[in-house]
Structure formats: C-alpha cells, structure tokens
Design a protein around this ligand. Sequence first.
Ligand code: CMP
Length: 152
Amino acid sequence: MERTLVLLKPDCVQRRLVGRILSRFEDKGLNIVAMKLIQITPDLARQHYAEHVSKPFYPGLESFITGAPVVALILEGLEVIQVVRDMLGATSGLKASAGTIRGDFSSSRQMNLVHASDGPEAAAREMKLYFEEHESHDHEPTLTPWLKAIDE
Ligand code: CMP
C-alpha cells in the first residue's frame, strides 16, 4: 500500500466542491487515513512549493494558496500516487481531459482545485509538512475484500 498527500485548494473549498471531490476518491476505493482543514502560511507555502519559489508565477500562487483555508488529506491505496495524479488530469484545467477532476471542474492553470504529490519522494516530504505522525490513522476498511483481490 502506498500513501499520497492531497490538498483541496482554496478554490475547491470556496466553490463548495469538497464533498464532490472527496466522493470521487472514495468512489475509487481509496482510503482516507488523515484529514484536516488548515490555513497555509506563506512560510509553509514556500516549503511546499520550494521548486517553484523562483518562478514568475510564484507570488500569485502563494497569495492564492494562502488566501483561504484548504483541506489537507492523506490517501492510501495501491499505486495511489499515480492513480490520484491520473484522476486529477493535466495541471491546467484548460488542458485536462474530460472525466478528470480538473477537466470536469476547472478552467484555470492556477485555480486547478486539487494538489497531489507527484512521486514517492514528494509524497514522503509533503505528508511530513502537513501531518504529524499521530494525525494519521491506520485502518482496514471492511469493504477491502470487495475492492481488490487478496493477492493484489
Ligand atoms: P500544483 O499541482 O499544486 O503544483 C504547482 C502549482 O502551481 C500548480 O498546481 C498550479 O496551481 C500552479 N502553476 C503551475 N504552473 C503555473 C503557471 N504557469 N502559472 C500559474 N500557476 C501555475
């Protein structure tokens, strides 16, 4: 089992899309092991988006991501990092395919509703940025035998 960090960004919370987006992850059979509503500070934004800090779009990205609360969560599942990235679609809502979350709900490059870790190293780093060890909860959903075969 793999884990990934997901943020439902300020546009997602403000547009009242949290329930619908969470439903897509639940419908897929992914397991929520941690979740909270938080306000991202400029310092946390700089740590999270360290690779983008020097880019021209960073000031706009920082004021967007710190402008209203976000929902942070950790999802667990088989190959969950890639599965969630595929569910989100391309970074820009204008380019994302119909059927993906961004393709269905976003028409913007910046306001693309959801962030998800892009690989195992990013997932490990980002989960630590947003959650303490005691805030995530191991649990085996009773539905698991109906979501995947025992040897998967
Ligand atoms: P995210 O997956 O959170 O990772 C970095 C974010 O930066 C990305 O989603 C977009 O919200 C934003 N982003 C990426 N490229 C651009 C860009 N060219 N202009 C504005 N925002 C961008």
